[in-house]
Design a protein around this ligand. Sequence first.
Ligand code: NAD
Ligand code: MG
Length: 395
Amino acid sequence: MQTVTVLGATGSIGCNTLDVINRHPEKYRTFAITGNGQLELLMQQAQKCSPRFVVVADEAKYKEACRLAAEYNITAEILCGAKALEDVSCAAEVDTVMAAIVGAAGLLPTLAAVKAGKKVLLANKEALVMSGALFIDAATQSDAEILPIDSEHNAIFQCLPQGYQYGELEKAGISKILLTGSGGPFRERDLSSFNAITIDEASSHPNWSMGRKITIDSATMMNKGLEFIEACWLFGASPDDIQVVVHPQSFIHSMVQYIDGSVIAQLGNPDMRTPIAYGLAYPSRIDAGVKPLDFSDMANFSFETPCFTRYPNLKLAIDACREGQAATTRLNAANEIAVASFLEGKIGFTDIAVVNEETLNKMEPVTVSSIQQILEQDTAAREVAGQVIRGKFTC
Ligand code: NAD
Ligand code: MG
């Protein structure tokens, strides 16, 4: 029996995780579930999976959560705030933590799980993009097992040779990691009309159903940029080892190319329950409730090279990856502000990349070597991004 904490239970990954867990009550027990809002959903989830703790991230919503818990007859203890998120991630009873909070807010609870040596199912890519070497070093020291849930990284993990040693691509005979991406909803849209892209258009992904922020990141391909950085850290690869390949159908979730000419790919329907089930059951396999892939239904399998004029955010992320930790932390922070501003109607779609680039350009190079410094860079970049937006896009 594995005891699991689900951080970000009310989100897209969180709901899919509880779906898989609920299919196997004999294998998984839920210790804690957490959410920032959607309290009714959180209580319904608690009714179904009977956790010991329900954590509301936002302390202002604690009273309302307690009222709802009584209404829903929830026996779990209700906790709130940042410390509670960390506590349910590193508690001694917990074996596995699903890290599925979106954005920088997930960093500290995810790190708490890593430092406590848990099996960490990593969906929250922003945590790794922000903290890179510190995250990986903490995992090495505590012997935490990091299993990638991002579908591409999960695919790469599955395509690597058994016993792959961190950073040993050459020794393992690997010539390239091929990171695939669909190209999002604007892959074929006339570039001259990018200024007119609406929130609704950017919010509908052709293949995947996901949370709001990652859906916008997929439309700008910042998501692939963050994944590029994520792949470097997860597998100990350098930027030259990774190639982004646009594959609009999203059936191939990524590939590994070997020096003998072999390419190993992982395929499946675009359904996050596959990587989630893989992470939960690793190294075994369990039913994930996912439809099997029907090859008679797949007319097309196509591939393209991403164009940086169409996807400037992808280039910014690859450049930041080459530059180093402060740049990726800042880019992640600026992007969170820019995407939130786009979703609030304050800036246009193409302005997201402008805000990101100007934020990076306005900040002096620094070296960061502690979580405190990472958090300072995150805060500083958010302030600069806010200034860029106020100075440029509001009158
Ligand atoms: P989502 O927006 O659907 O859910 C986010 C969850 O985080 C919710 O439970 C929300 O309540 C919680 N949350 C938000 N702000 C918080 C805060 N300040 N403090 C504490 N909790 C907070 O997002 P999602 O699509 O489920 O994505 C979650 C993470 O997984 C992201 O990092 C995303 O990049 C990654 N991911 C998602 C998918 C996908 O298919 N959805 C695929 C790969 C990776
Ligand atoms: Mg992904």
